[in-house]
Design a protein around this ligand. Structure first.
Ligand code: NDP
Length: 252
């Protein structure tokens, strides 16, 4: 394991809360320069101030990842301000499960636009930098946030689960292509993590199911995932974790 991440430039989408925020904090504490991407400027500024006060380097980029032009500009800004990206934690996402017969068309589209289309757009914006970074001889990492819902079955999760199955399979396939150029590609598939994610769910049945799990088992927290991401990017450059499934011990 590398003792530190000094000199590495890490881009984190969804850095304003939950898994992304915790991961940005941990990567920065290990010496990486971090670019924080999300829509809520106040949350990003607060995190950047905290990282800077601790002696780290953080760049705030307020952007909606579903805006392809904004993400393209973000990639140029990172390169100019921090240097070539060597870690992309492609993590922004939304979970809006509901029975199909609720016809929540806007929620289907929202999940596909963000979890699928924007995830690919973001890879496209940063892939050249990741390849350049690998060509310089150091480790270079793309990690996509999937979900255990991409492989296990949860009632009423069909559209969300399908977006995450997409993430997992895209990762597996892209790994072969980018691995040949020295870029490690992996996905992380968490079970239930205590974050803001469940707060966006509008379906009462799904909300009750999540609340019931929260009452009966100890959920993962965002820091648990951040530690795994930090471990993953700290491995020697020839070691590529392709897929990590991590569940709360008590989650079936
Ligand atoms: P949060 O809701 O806490 O974080 C989601 C992040 O995504 C926020 O920073 C949010 O920031 C950002 N985001 C949402 N929409 C956009 C957008 N259009 N453009 C830019 N950023 C956006 O939830 P988590 O930390 O739990 O979620 C992170 C990832 O983990 C997601 O992909 C989720 O599907 C996945 N996951 C979560 C699990 C859990 O149980 N919590 C389990 C398995 C996977 P902002 O609103 O400021 O834009």
């Amino acid at each position: 394991l590398s003792a530190n991440l000094n000199g590495r430039v890490a881009v984190i989408t969804g850095a304003s809360s939950g898994i992304g925020e915790a991961t940005a904090r941990q990567l920065a504490s290990r010496g990486a320069s971090v670019a924080l991407i999300a829509r809520r400027a106040d949350k990003l500024e607060a995190l950047a101030a905290e990282i800077t006060a601790a002696g780290g380097t953080a760049l705030v980029i307020v952007a909606d990842v579903t805006d392809a032009d904004a993400i393209s500009r973000a990639a140029a800004t990172v390169e100019k301000e921090l240097g070539t990206t060597s870690i992309l934690f492609n993590n922004a996402g939304i979970m809006l499960p509901a029975p199909m017969q609720e016809h929540a068309v806007d929620q289907w589209k929202h999940q596909i636009d963000l979890n699928v289309t924007a995830l690919v757009t973001t890879i496209g914006a940063f892939v050249d930098q990741l390849v350049v970074s690998a060509a310089k001889g150091g480790p270079s990492d793309l990690i996509n946030t999937s979900s255990i819902a991409g492989q296990n079955i949860f009632p009423n999760f069909s559209v969300y689960s399908a977006t995450k199955a997409f993430v997992t399979h895209l990762t597996t396939t892209l790994r072969v292509e980018l691995g040949a150029q020295g870029v490690r590609v992996g996905s992380i598939a968490p079970g239930l993590v205590k974050t803001e994610l469940a707060g966006h769910v509008t379906d009462a049945g799904v909300s009750d199911w999540i609340a019931g799990a929260d009452d009966s088992i100890t959920l993962l927290n965002a820091e648990d995932i951040a530690e795994i991401i930090t471990f993953t990017v700290s491995l020697p450059a020839h070691v590529n974790l392709q897929h990590i499934a991590v569940l709360p011990t008590g989650q079936p």
